[in-house]
Design a protein around this ligand. Structure first.
Ligand code: DAH
Length: 337
């Protein structure tokens, strides 16, 4: 017959097994062994009915108390082991804040945007303002108001991109129509520059592309002369390309200026040879252009110019090929970020 002593011994050995369990698995094994259906305590409890009547009460009481103590110890140990397991898991999952982060790509201004802004800044410093105009233009602003005759090759679809189905609407082949729009919008004096994209069916080589960028300039006031034009252009070329920039001014022809000039600067080509590169066309505004916008050509004079922004970038940074600016190869662009 199990005595109280026996029951105490069973309880103590169960409690020490529970105390020794170092994992939830080990604890579960102790629970099965000490409170499971085949455990000694349960066997005692289920054998109570076979005991002598006077033993049933005390034995049942002692066995139940022992089972309760064992179950309480199991519960307590379970809570503790579970918390420890959770702590281990948390330690394992801990974020290592000393690891290098995922790189986050930071954008930068495109080289052309940088050069455009630098050119704008020089003109803003001279008191010019920046004007804007549409890239899709009508024939009047693209050509007629600029004194470009009906038969001029620039008007033909072999030079200019026309909008399909509209023989009077084209992608502007130059920024010069902005001159007309600015003069239409108000009286002189006018001092503006207007940067933007232009489009031509140009043969593609290292210095040409069917889309490129110009910066148009227009100054209208009383008493402006070719000297003012040349002084302005040389000032800008020096500001952007250095005081020792080598330049040449040559006479030229444009329908919207009289007289007309071109400015060339020295540039290193892809073979490292110094070349003269045409940077801009310019001239004194033709009286016919003033007449088409209602300015009095007897009172006002002015000069205008159209500078290649992409070409300015080529000369300034010694680029061998203008097309590099439009291919968007990051290995190239990142050098100027
Ligand atoms: N529009 C000319 C071109 O595309 C450049 C130019 C020449 C602009 C003379 C002007 C100018 O304003 O007066 O080549």
């Amino acid at each position: 017959m199990p005595s109280d002593l026996n029951i105490d011994a069973l309880r103590d050995s169960a409690l020490s097994a529970i105390g020794a369990a170092e994992s939830l698995d080990a604890l579960e094994a102790a629970r099965v062994a000490h409170t499971g259906r085949r455990s000694a305590i349960v066997e005692i409890l289920s054998g109570i009915g076979k005991l002598a009547p006077e033993e049933r009460g005390p034995t049942g009481k002692a066995a139940n108390a022992a089972r309760k103590a064992i179950e309480a110890a199991l519960d307590e140990r379970h809570t503790r082991l579970e918390a420890a397991a959770m702590g281990d898991q948390l330690l394992e999952d801990r974020t290592d804040v000393t690891l290098p982060g995922d790189p986050f790509p930071v954008g930068a201004l495109h080289l052309l945007t940088q050069v455009r802004t630098e050119i704008e800044d020089v003109f803003l410093g001279l008191g010019y303002r920046i004007a804007d105009g549409p890239e899709i233009e009508d024939g009047y602003h693209n050509f007629t108001a600029l004194n470009i005759p009906e038969a001029h090759p620039a008007r033909s679809s072999s030079d200019t991109f026309y909008v399909a189905g509209h023989d009077d609407i084209a992608l502007r082949p130059q920024t010069s129509p902005v001159q007309v729009r600015v003069m239409e919008s108000g009286p002189p004096p006018v001092f503006i520059v207007s940067p933007g994209a232009v489009y031509r069916r140009d043969d593609v080589d290292a210095t040409h592309s069917p889309m490129f960028h110009q910066l148009e300039g227009l100054a209208v006031d009383e008493g402006l002369t070719l000297s003012h034009l040349k002084g302005t252009l040389v000032h800008v070329a020096r500001a952007l390309l250095g005081d020792d920039v080598e330049y040449v001014v040559r006479p030229h022809f444009f329908p919207f200026t009289e007289p007309s000039i071109e400015l060339y600067v020295r540039w290193m080509d892809r073979h490292g040879r110094g070349q003269w590169l045409e940077l801009l066309g310019a001239g004194m505004v033709d009286p016919n252009v003033f007449a088409s916008v209602g300015y009095d050509p007897e009172r006002w004079t002015g000069f205008a110019f159209g500078m290649g922004i992409d070409r300015m970038a080529m000369v300034r940074y010694g680029l061998p090929d203008l097309r590099l600016l439009f291919e968007n190869d990051l290995r190239f662009l990142e050098q100027f970020a």
